[in-house]
Design a protein around this ligand. Structure first.
Ligand SMILES: Nc1c(NC[C@H](O)[C@H](O)[C@H](O)CO)[nH]c(=O)[nH]c1=O
Ligand SMILES: CC(=O)[C@@H](O)COP(=O)(O)O
Length: 137
């Protein structure tokens, strides 16, 4: 099994640590992985789509942190990306796991969620590949 790990660089002080936890968990689970960096969460769907088109990629775990600003822009970024990522999963029949903190998260709240969200995304991606393979004809 090989998974893509798409990492948003925005809030990199947080997403770097998330990436480290995601990579560590993929290694613990014994799966191959390829890390792809994008500027921000809004760019994660396009990178995810390119990865899903590859025959050697079985799933994608998406890592990011959407921190509340002065406006509701964080809502736009997070909601649109999350919906598109789900659409891509259904379009390609491959798992896309959501490891994006927020929206409306403070930096403190995001920091508290680094490990949980990163590991959860990798765990879900790997579990879904295995379980979907078990139910396919
Ligand atoms: N505010 C956050 C962003 N914003 C940037 C967008 O994701 C995108 O990169 C930009 O609009 C250019 O297209 N991204 C995050 O990942 N997290 C944020 O809190
Ligand atoms: C979620 C973001 O893109 C964030 O940087 C927006 O900040 P603001 O709402 O102050 O424009």
């Amino acid at each position: 099994m090989k998974i893509g790990i798409v990492v948003a660089e925005f809030n990199y002080d947080i997403t770097y640590m998330m990436k480290e936890k995601a990579v560590s968990h993929a290694q613990f689970l014994g799966v191959d992985f390829e890390v792809v960096y994008v500027p921000g969460v809004f760019e994660t769907p396009l990178a995810t789509k390119v990865l899903l088109e590859r025959d050697d990629i079985d799933a994608v775990a998406v890592i990011g942190a959407v921190i509340k600003g002065e406006t509701d822009h964080d809502q736009v970024v997070a909601h649109q990306a999350a919906r598109k990522l789900l659409d891509l999963s259904l379009e390609y029949n491959k798992p896309v796991a959501l490891g994006i903190i927020g929206p409306n998260a403070t930096r403190e709240q995001a920091t508290e969620r680094i490990e949980e969200y990163a590991r959860r995304a990798v765990e879900a991606a790997v579990k879904m590949v295995r379980r979907l393979n078990n139910i396919k004809e």
